[in-house]
Design a protein around this ligand. Structure first.
Ligand SMILES: *Cc1c(COP(=O)(O)O)cnc(C)c1O
Length: 402
């Protein structure tokens, strides 16, 4: 049993909040400051400019709203759509399900396509709906790039292509909460109109900021969109984009943390960050395969490089695996959400981490699985991952930092 006393570090392998690097935490340890003081605007403006690089946009505008990714979803919807507008969405996991639910609550007419939890965004179904929509009633298409509940990454570029092939004008919304700054995301190249993330995943900061990247097209639409909004008003943020001063009190500490986190991303190089996530994730997947267990993602082309959802064998309760990991080994794994409760546990592998940390996740998971009654060979997953990491280290050609 876990006592009130624990030693060592708590190993955090949930897909957000992620590990905050030591120097980012230290950078936040600053005295409260005057958010209207002379030097504050430059801090914000630097962050907005550098976040544009992370979203890979030159023409888009980044906005920061105190809140989390969910708040950014709401900001994206309320600023650009009208009550009763039709939108096209897919449900293939808990996050896409919640986003669709929010769209309904906000009064949109949601055309929802349900696919298996483990499948990706159904691009050909989307294409069919878009082609059939001759009157252009669909105002926006929503894509959850990385479904964090199932560990599935979908093809945003393919959805862009489906829109273009249908000569469709709908806005393209992307939930990038667990993908931006960790897996490839290209706002401009993919013609994304609204991309949202939060501060506590790939950006390696505490939760507290919802981050949006807004295309010029979406900005234009926002001028006439009639859905009710107040706090999350793009127009109010416009001044912030120009001056760096917020219309209300921003979380100044998180902004200092964000400054340092962006410096880290640029020092490593965004391409290297993305390559590292791919390398680390592959080791975790090889470990899972060596256990003889399945992952949630239905096809190798869909696997997520930020989170792996692992199906436990029949008769084993994934909640037990998670409980043992936490209580006995001071290690946190992500739980199975909604219909996946008890069936999967998740290893979050995004943000600030390295090979040794992933091996710890696998080592603890093996012990917890065995203790929960699973027929898994101790050391098998760790060995498979080690073999991959050794090979990858020998072959890795680091790309130049930015
Ligand atoms: C974490 C997450 C969210 C929710 O973000 P919050 O910051 O918790 O509000 C939304 N979508 C995805 C894909 C996520 O991973």
């Amino acid at each position: 049993m876990r006592t009130t006393f624990t030693t060592g570090t708590n190993h955090l392998f949930i897909p957000g909040p992620t590990n905050v690097p030591e120097d980012v935490r230290m950078a936040m340890n600053v005295a409260m400051q005057d958010q209207r003081g002379p030097s504050f605007g430059a801090l914000t403006l630097g962050i907005l400019a550098d976040l544009k690089r992370v979203f890979r946009t030159e023409t888009g505008q980044v906005m920061l709203f105190p809140g989390s990714g969910t708040g950014a979803w709401e900001a994206a919807i309320t600023n650009t759509l009208n009550p009763g507008d039709k939108v096209l969405m897919a449900r293939h996991g808990q996050f896409s399900t919640l986003w669709a639910e929010m769209a309904v609550r906000l009064g949109l007419e949601v055309e929802v396509i349900d696919v298996a939890w483990g499948a990706g965004v159904p691009v050909s179904e989307f294409a069919r709906h878009l082609a059939a929509d001759r009157k252009g009633q669909i105002k926006a298409v929503f894509v959850t790039q990385n479904e964090t509940a199932t560990g599935v990454t979908s093809d945003v570029a393919a959805v862009r292509k489906a829109l273009d092939d249908a000569f469709h004008e709908a806005l393209l919304f992307v939930d990038g909460v667990s993908s931006v700054a960790s897996v490839d995301f290209r706002m401009d190249a993919w013609g994304v109109d609204l991309a949202v993330t939060g501060s506590q995943k790939g950006l390696m900061c505490p939760a507290g900021l919802g981050v949006l990247a807004v295309s010029q097209k979406a900005l234009k639409v926002s001028e006439t969109a009639t859905m009710r909004r107040a706090y999350f008003e793009f127009r109010d943020f416009k001044m912030t984009c120009e001056t760096g001063y917020f219309p209300y009190t921003p979380p100044t500490q998180i902004l200092h943390g964000m400054r340092r986190a962006l410096d880290r991303i640029h020092a490593e190089g965004l391409d290297n960050v993305i390559a590292r996530h791919a390398r680390l994730a592959e080791g975790v997947r090889r470990g899972v395969a060596a256990w003889g267990l399945q992952i949630c993602a239905e096809h190798p082309s869909l696997v997520s490089n930020t989170v792996t959802a692992i199906r436990v064998p029949e008769g084993i309760d994934a909640r037990e695996v998670i409980r043992i990991g936490y209580e006995r080994y001071n290690t946190s794994f992500g739980s199975g959400l909604a219909r996946l409760a008890g069936k999967v546990f998740r290893i979050g592998h995004l943000g600030d981490l390295n090979e040794g940390m992933c091996l710890t996740a696998l080592a603890v998971a093996e012990m917890a699985l065995v203790e929960a009654g699973a027929d898994v060979k101790l050391g098998s997953g760790v060995a498979a991952a080690q073999a991959w990491y050794v090979k990858a280290a020998a072959e890795a050609v680091p790309l130049a930092a930015e």
